[in-house]
Design a binder for this molecule. Structure first.
Ligand SMILES: C[S@@+](CC[C@H](N)C(=O)[O-])C[C@H]1O[C@@H](n2cnc3c(N)ncnc32)[C@H](O)[C@@H]1O
Length: 248
């Protein structure tokens, strides 16, 4: 995939330099995911794949947890992968769309954090990813679900404005796939709502929902001014753990 043609990936690619410092919640979620994965695997995985690896929050923690493993980081944004390689030179990287898994080997552990919701069909992606597991392997995924960024949506609602931020799948989106699912809440505090919007851009996560109209600048300024002071924003995260085919 050419990142220039996918606006989501192009936005992440452009944010590679600021991503790490702008993503305290993503870092925490990555830690919680690797912790859950460590509890889910029966023996130390030899081959690990990090899908939508970005600048390496998950990859770095997986390296700490399984120093002997061969880790591959896949992401469609080349600048993110350059950042990741600078931190973890031993990691193999693949610049590719996470829905195109042709000619990849089987993995004992597949991890993915904060990426699934950017795909048009998260269920189909999960099924494809699961098909890439070696026998006895584990797929461990963290994704935000509906209810995330509720505080921002409330500001826009109060101002009578359309919410253009990317949508999240409903909590039950993976029902029937045979995955074990747990939910946990995470939050970040910004000096004000404007700081949140700035952080979103520095993380590369500002791509609007398809079909959403951009907010008129004046109305947005007024909505932000109506919400001064510290701004706490929440993420509701689903952690999915699945084997190759059997229900957990
Ligand atoms: C929010 S970041 C998460 C990065 C990392 N997993 C973390 O936890 O910090 C989402 C990542 O998914 C990547 N991404 C988005 N859509 C993708 C796609 N279709 N194929 C591959 N990567 C994609 C972006 O380039 C970005 O690096």
């Amino acid at each position: 995939m050419n990142s220039d043609r996918n606006p989501i990936v192009a936005a992440f690619d452009a944010a590679a330099e600021t991503y790490d410092s702008a993503t305290p919640v993503q870092r925490e979620v990555a830690r919680a995911l690797v912790f859950r994965a460590a509890a889910a695997v029966k023996k130390a995985p030899r081959k690990i794949l990090d899908l939508g690896a970005g600048a390496g929050h998950v990859t770095g923690l997986a390296l700490e947890q399984w120093p002997e493993a061969e880790i591959t980081a896949l992401d469609a944004a080349p600048a993110m992968l350059r950042k990741l390689r600078a931190k973890y030179p031993g990691v193999r990287t693949i610049a590719r769309d996470a829905r195109d898994l042709d000619r990849l080997p089987r993995y004992d552990l597949i991890l993915s954090s904060m990426m699934l919701h950017w795909l048009d069909d998260p269920r189909a992606a999960l099924e494809k990813w699961r098909a890439l597991l070696a026998p006895g392997g584990r797929l461990c995924v963290a994704t935000p679900v509906a209810g995330s960024l509720r505080e921002w949506r409330e500001i826009l609602d109060a101002a009578g404005m359309e919410d253009a931020i990317w949508g999240f799948p409903p909590e039950n989106f993976a029902l029937g796939l045979g995955a074990k699912i747990e939910f946990a809440d995470f939050s970040a505090v910004y000096p004000d709502a404007r700081g949140f919007l700035r952080g979103l851009k520095q993380a590369g996560a500002q791509t609007p929902r398809p079909g959403a109209r951009p907010s008129p600048a004046g109305a947005l300024r007024r909505a932000l001014a109506a919400s001064p002071g510290p701004f706490k924003i929440g993420f509701r995260i689903a952690f999915l753990i699945s084997g190759a085919d059997q229900p957990e």
